[in-house]
Design a protein around this ligand. Structure first.
Ligand code: PA5
Ligand code: NI
Length: 193
């Protein structure tokens, strides 16, 4: 991989990077067990394996000192009353942070630490979100029509630990209740035994 400085652009309105190395497409079937309403999930999946979100990654060596960046696009929609969202993860190297810059749409970042602290921050165009080390993070799109688009940057050595969230879930859910957005304790969250 070249060590020359480089540039790329994030052209309006889609913000798909002019240069990227990897296009990840995550579908409903990739989030098995993550949505609260399993019946609604199964019914939806039996109709179509809908694309929930896409990521365009700009690759760099996955080592300390490097920065990885890209664009995350969460599409609008719901499974039952729960808005489309990313899988979410802790970083494998827990002590690594991440920075998000929201370019389009409306949504939230749902976050929590292994100790059980929780935080939910609103995302809207122009907003910068700093996710400190140790905080798991999941993007949720709450707009009815628009994609939630964010630019992210994180340390090269961070890595993605999906397993913990796949096993336990997040402590908080983002649902639509009576036409409003509600943050609800996840009844299915699995505490450590
Ligand atoms: O590293 C990040 O936090 C982002 O690039 C995410 O990977 C992206 O938003 C997709 O989410 P996830 O990796 O949880 O599927
Ligand atoms: Ni991350």
């Amino acid at each position: 991989m070249s060590n020359q400085p480089f540039t790329f652009t994030l052209p309006f309105p889609g913000y798909k990077p002019s240069h990227f190395d990897h296009h990840i497409v995550r579908r409903l079937s990739d989030l098995q067990g993550q949505f609260f309403n399993q019946q609604a999930y199964d019914a939806m999946l039996s109709r179509e394996d809908t694309v929930l979100y896409e990521v365009y990654e700009v690759k760099r060596p996955e080592i300390e000192g490097e920065l990885l960046s890209g664009i995350s696009i969460v599409h609008p929609g719901k499974v039952g009353d729960e808005f489309f969202m990313t899988k979410g993860h802790f970083h494998t190297v827990l002590d690594t942070a991440e920075l998000y810059y929201c370019l389009n749409g409306e949504g939230f970042m749902v976050m929590e630490t292994p100790e059980g602290d929780t935080a939910i921050e609103a995302l809207a165009p122009g907003k910068v979100l700093y996710v400190p080390p140790r905080w798991a993070h999941r993007s949720v799109c709450t707009s009815r029509q628009e994609d939630l688009i964010t630019f992210f940057i994180y340390p090269g050595n961070a890595g993605h630990n999906y397993g913990t969230i796949e096993e336990k879930g997040f402590r908080k859910l983002v649902l639509e209740q009576d036409g409003a957005i509600a943050f609800v304790d996840n009844p299915n969250f699995k505490e450590d035994k």
